[in-house]
Design a protein around this ligand. Sequence first.
Ligand code: C2E
Ligand code: MG
Ligand code: MG
Ligand code: MG
Length: 289
Amino acid sequence: AAKDGGRGRYHFYAADLHSDAEERRQLEEELRDAVAHGGLELYYQPVVQTATERITGFEALLRWHHPQHGFISPAKFIPIAEDTGLIAAIGEWALRTACQDLAQWPQDVRVAVNVSPLQFANPALPTIVTSALAHAGVEPERLELEITESVFLNNDEGTDQMFKQLKSIGVRLALDDFGTGYSSLGYLRSAPFDKIKIDQSFVRGATQPGSRNGAIIASIVSLAEALGMETTAEGVETLDELDLVRMLGCSHVQGYIYERPLSAVNAAARLSTGLVAVAQGPRSARASR
Ligand code: C2E
Ligand code: MG
Ligand code: MG
Ligand code: MG
């Protein structure tokens, strides 16, 4: 079409735009259907304590198995869910499902659930969280809510109130993807986080010579420690990365080096083989690859 000159090019792009909008509208409809008819699933990625190499919890991660397109990444459908308001239903479903799965697991295991900024802005969130916990019969301190820095974009009284209410329920709060958003250290003064999750973009490349990422990770760890918060290094894929984040003092590690996200059934099976995550297992397994 580009060879046709100006007019042809116009038509080419117009058709393209149309199909993008069309595809999105279609996905939106199918997502609505998936929410209503059980087309979503939660996968669970182990979170490992560095000091003990034990699985102390799992992060719940949404999966959508689309009937035609196969697996669609949450990175693609969460934004659609946020634009269309579907995130409210999806978020509530995720909280309820994660609590129900958690109820089947040992007492000393936690689950972390991602909470979208739009859910965080909903005054009903504390009620939804309380109800999910009560319905599943799990203690609030076993549930961790992962929140990104973007909730501070419109930092107002509502934000403060929400933090207070969630803390008073007794759930744990984690600051997700730290360092990638509009990071202002000011909010760490008052926001009651139990944990900072160091974004995988800092882990990636950290072992390369000349990388500044290690220095950044070290300073996040020392900040977190001074504030009495734990740290999880996200997206740890290699043995070198694992050694580095351990050396830098991250209290927890999450990444393919240990385990990819697992179905609820496989997560439970993983726990029943013993809580020790690796001892030397994956190290040697990985090294021999
Ligand atoms: P996130 O909360 O930062 O989750 C971590 C992402 O890193 C997950 O991607 C996980 O599968 C991936 N990951 C873990 N270890 C490794 C690793 O070693 N290497 C690499 N390359 N990646 C690793 P996933 O599952 O595709 O989720 C993407 C994002 O979608 C999440 O980022 C989160 O922002 C969002 N999301 C997922 N589930 C939910 C949910 O239930 N609610 C909301 N609001 N957002 C969700
Ligand atoms: Mg997360
Ligand atoms: Mg993250
Ligand atoms: Mg992320």
